[in-house]
Design a protein around this ligand. Structure first.
Ligand SMILES: [Ca+2]
Ligand SMILES: [Ca+2]
Ligand SMILES: [Ca+2]
Ligand SMILES: [Ca+2]
Length: 363
């Protein structure tokens, strides 16, 4: 058995970079055709024209006493401090006009202290309608949230990712209230969910969903061994059919062997595999992760649907933390994906936190 370099995650830097808090609003429209709007071709002259004619302040801060959005994020006093590191991210927010009055409403998650839905009253005033709307999340440790019309009935439903608990799916009843139906619709995955990105990858007119997962790290078994000998004693390594050492099955969601550019093999912390769910067309979902070719044990933080190659098939970019490289899954148009990051991107960051698409990628 050779020796491996064991590396701990640099959490303090990760958290400082993330700022403890994600905005998870990720919906790609369910229109079967076309998937890209016609937009003017980009050119450098686009930036030569000033966008704002009036000088002065662009934004105005609306105080809570005026807006009614009074939620203050405070890490729960009775929660294990290790959760600050291990649940991977912070809280999420999504915007959507759930009641169809033309005004975008706000949903904010809040650790395990209860998410809130704020209905927009106009003029930057909001009211907390969480209980009345039926979207209370109890003690679930909520992370990213997304508005998406999951059942294609014209109103926005709400999906909430939960750490170490079942994800929540609130179906809009069309009367200002929701009903939680994650289990019956196949989206009650329980694990290290961080956020969900909705997109119609098979272009059948129904929104599918990619669920990004982090890492469940709540027991001593998941502690990174300090030495190679400790790793052997704990049974973390095994030889595969080709005689190569690999991480044994019970540990694959916790550790991964990677090859560094310098040629060393390192044992690093890993995460749960992400998941892709296909909408059957009736608002119920099938887990198609394996058959679609989504794979890997990276510690995920974010994902965005993006037609990177302009073939009208939505591809997906996934940001992964720590030493798991990011992935760019090209949609092959037949229900499968191929990770083309190594050939399509000149560089891939480590400890990637989030990304957005606006002409090019920014991290
Ligand atoms: Ca509204
Ligand atoms: Ca709906
Ligand atoms: Ca679909
Ligand atoms: Ca594409």
């Amino acid at each position: 058995m050779r020796s491996y370099v064991l590396r701990a995650c640099r959490w303090s830097r990760c958290l400082a970079s993330a700022g403890i808090g994600f905005a998870a609003v990720s919906v790609v429209g369910a229109q079967p055709t076309p998937l890209r709007a016609d937009v003017p071709a980009w050119s450098s002259t686009n930036f030569s024209q000033p966008r704002i004619s009036a000088p002065g302040q662009l934004f105005e801060s609306i105080p809570p006493r005026s807006s009614g959005i009074t939620l203050t994020h405070e890490f729960p006093a009775d929660a294990p401090i290790s959760f600050m590191q291990e649940q991977g991210s912070g809280s999420g927010v999504c915007l959507g006009d759930y009641d169809g009055d033309g005004l975008p409403d706000v949903f904010i998650t809040n650790f395990n202290l209860g998410a809130r839905l704020y209905r927009n009253l106009g003029d930057f005033r909001f009211e907390n309608v969480t209980a009345r709307a039926g979207v209370a999340t109890g003690s679930s440790w909520c992370q990213g949230a997304s508005f998406a019309d999951i059942d294609n009935d014209g109103d926005l439903d709400l999906y909430v990712c939960v750490f170490n608990g079942a994800n929540l799916l609130f179906i809009n009843q069309g009367d200002g209230t929701f009903r939680e139906e994650a289990r019956t619709r196949g989206l009650d995955f329980s694990g290290a969910s961080v956020m969900a990105a909705f997109g119609d990858y098979d272009r059948d007119g129904a929104l599918d969903v990619f669920v990004v997962t982090h890492r469940i790290n709540i027991g001593t078994d998941q502690r990174l061994p300090r030495t190679t000998q400790e790793a052997i004693q704990r049974g973390i390594f095994k030889k595969n059919a080709r005689g190569e050492e690999e991480v044994s099955a019970p540990y694959r969601e916790f550790f991964e062997l990677i090859r560094t550019p310098e040629g060393r093999t390192e044992l690093v912390i890993a995460g749960q595999p992400d998941r892709l769910y296909r909408n059957r067309g009736d608002g119920t979902f099938t887990n198609v992760t394996a058959q679609a070719g989504i794979h890997g044990y990276e510690i995920g933080l974010a994902a965005v649907w993006w037609d990177y190659n302009g073939d009208h098939w939505p591809d997906i970019y996934v940001s992964n933390d720590h030493k798991g490289v990011d992935r760019l899954y090209r949609n092959n148009g037949d229900g499968t994906f191929t990770d083309v990051a190594p050939v399509a991107l000149p560089h891939v960051p480590l400890s990637s936190m989030w990304m957005t698409m606006a002409g090019w990628i920014s991290w």
